[in-house]
Design a protein around this ligand. Structure first.
Ligand SMILES: Cc1cc2nc3c(=O)[nH]c(=O)nc-3n(C[C@H](O)[C@H](O)[C@H](O)COP(=O)(O)OP(=O)(O)OC[C@H]3O[C@@H](n4cnc5c(N)ncnc54)[C@H](O)[C@@H]3O)c2cc1C
Length: 478
């Protein structure tokens, strides 16, 4: 797909300043810098300017100007994405379109169980507004203090509540979108049923800003649970974790809201770098599962349910040991173990990350086979395997051998490791990106693993909706 000719004059920036106010067109390198690198600092770009509109009509005005001047736009929310999707290229010809000033809650409708928010509202704020109205907005990510609802929709973010509530797509009922030529599509409908042709909403969700700019959304709310109880279970293998998941679903049904798998090496890394976080078992176990129940009745009800589940699991030999949190503080301590894995990994040094998905039933086999393949190809490599087992989503990351040079390890082995992991994913009919999207990070891998038919359909959609290739070019599909 060719990129449109670029206008090198300043007429575009003058027109942008007239449309949204000069103070909201950032051209100074210092002001623009935070918008030009991704969260991991893996990508750094350049841009003509960072544009900060205040509302939908200003977004539409800027998109029309970009269309007229043939300037490519890179939408950006909280800039917490992990695939480089919100970072402009190095040409300095693109403009970043920051949605953060679109930060109003437009409506909350407790009877319809919906909240209508603008794209730049921070996820934690959506949760807080829902809570004030006595409702739950269940999307929850470790980046929730910075990521925006527009970014969540554009990456179809997952997180820890997917098992019970689904990912962002399943939490969205309607969208407002500015199209690549600057028109406004008002699809802000709070409907559970609407079979009137192509589902445009679904097209924009997960499109990573390549088809248009999401400016607002109607999101689903749920009843606030009366209690949340957390437990840790120790198991002998990932296969046992699958049996345990089936058992937990039988005992808890829809009350089961979290089921996170953490390998022993993850626990060791957390222990090494965050010794204040206590490993709660006396012995080491191959895997630890963190479970969460959200109960609509009471804490006592949840606790009884957990105790019955753990009794059955211990009796059947599925679980080797278990501990139920006795207090909110202990619950938080269990979650801290899970949430500190990425941080401990970062402290241990650079590593090769994979955010893969396979059918839940294949997880044990996938881990076993991939561990063996990597041990053969890159002796000493250390696998950091954790994730949302209940969704079939694993962070299968690989760390340099103990004492090795992480930079060297990455340079020498990243390609080999990616090939091994993704070939195994493909064999199990899985996905190379379950949560984080393709962005620029996985563009080539997607081209390698998606079928020619799928790629042709994706290109056809992109060309039909954005014929000038001005919406986040170089991301998702080439
Ligand atoms: C510590 C940490 C933990 C994380 N945990 C998870 C997790 O558990 N699950 C998960 O799924 N992700 C996770 N992420 C990744 C990230 O937080 C999510 O992808 C999040 O949804 C991105 O939101 P954002 O507002 O930061 O988007 P950005 O990073 O700003 O943008 C992401 C993509 O969306 C596009 N975009 C942004 N806003 C718009 C808009 N309004 N219209 C059109 N396109 C837009 C951008 O162009 C880009 O392609 C984590 C990240 C961090 C740093």
């Amino acid at each position: 797909m060719s990129q449109a000719n670029l206008d090198t004059s300043s007429a575009f920036l003058d027109a942008c300043a007239a449309a949204i106010g000069a103070q909201h067109v950032l051209t100074n390198t210092h002001d623009a810098a935070p918008y030009l690198a991704d969260w991991r600092r893996r990508y750094r770009g350049a841009a003509r300017a960072v544009l900060c509109p205040a509302d939908t009509s200003e977004v539409a005005a800027l998109v029309r100007l970009a269309h007229a001047h043939r300037i490519a736009l890179v939408p950006q929310g909280g800039n917490t994405g992990l695939a480089g999707g919100a970072t402009p290229d190095a040409s300095g010809q693109q403009a970043v379109l920051s949605l953060r000033r679109l930060n109003r809650v437009r409506d909350i409708d407790p009877h319809n169980n919906t909240i209508t928010v603008e794209a730049g509202v921070i996820l934690a704020e959506v949760q807080a507004h829902a809570d004030e109205a006595g409702r739950l907005f269940p999307l929850s990510l470790a980046s929730e203090g910075s990521c925006t609802i527009g970014g969540n929709l554009s990456t179809n973010a997952g997180g820890t509540g997917v098992l019970r509530y689904g990912n962002t797509r399943e939490l969205c009922l309607g969208l407002e979108v500015v199209t690549p030529d600057g028109e406004i599509w008002d699809g802000l409908r709070g409907l559970r049923k609407d079979n009137t042709g192509y589902d445009l909403r679904d097209l924009y969700i997960g499109a990573e800003g390549t088809l248009g700019v999401i400016t607002a959304a109607v999101m689903k709310l749920h009843p606030l649970p009366a209690a949340r109880v957390t437990a840790l279970a120790a198991l002998g293998s990932a296969h046992a974790a699958l049996d345990f998941l089936a058992l937990a679903q039988r005992y808890a049904g829809p009350l089961l809201t979290g089921f996170e798998l953490m390998s022993d090496f993850c626990m060791q890394l957390v222990g090494r770098h965050f010794p204040q976080l206590r490993y709660p078992f006396e012995q080491r176990h191959a895997q630890v599962v963190l479970l969460e129940l959200s109960d609509n009745e009471s804490e006592a009800h949840a606790r009884t349910l957990f105790e019955r589940l753990m009794e059955a699991a211990l009796e059947q030999g599925v679980v080797e040991d278990a501990v139920v949190a006795e207090s909110l503080a202990q619950s938080q301590a269990f979650w801290n173990l899970r949430e500190h894995i990425p941080l401990a990994q970062a402290q241990e040094g650079l590593n090769v990350k994979h955010d893969i998905g396979v059918p839940i039933s294949r997880i044990g086999q996938f881990i076993e086979e991939t561990d063996a393949d990597i041990a053969r190809a890159v002796p000493g490599a250390r696998m950091v395997t954790f994730g949302h087992l209940g969704d079939g989503n694993l962070h299968y990351n690989v760390q340099a051998p103990e004492g090795g040079d992480p930079k060297r390890f990455l340079a020498d082995n990243e390609k080999t490791l990616n090939r091994i992991v993704y070939d195994n994913v493909a064999r199990h009919r899985g996905t190379i990106s379950a949560e984080h999207g393709l962005g620029q990070l996985k563009l080539d891998e997607a081209a390698h693993y998606k079928s020619p038919v799928e790629l042709k359909l994706m290109r056809a959609l992109k060309t039909a909706l954005d014929p000038l290739n001005l919406m986040n070019p170089g991301k998702v599909v080439r």
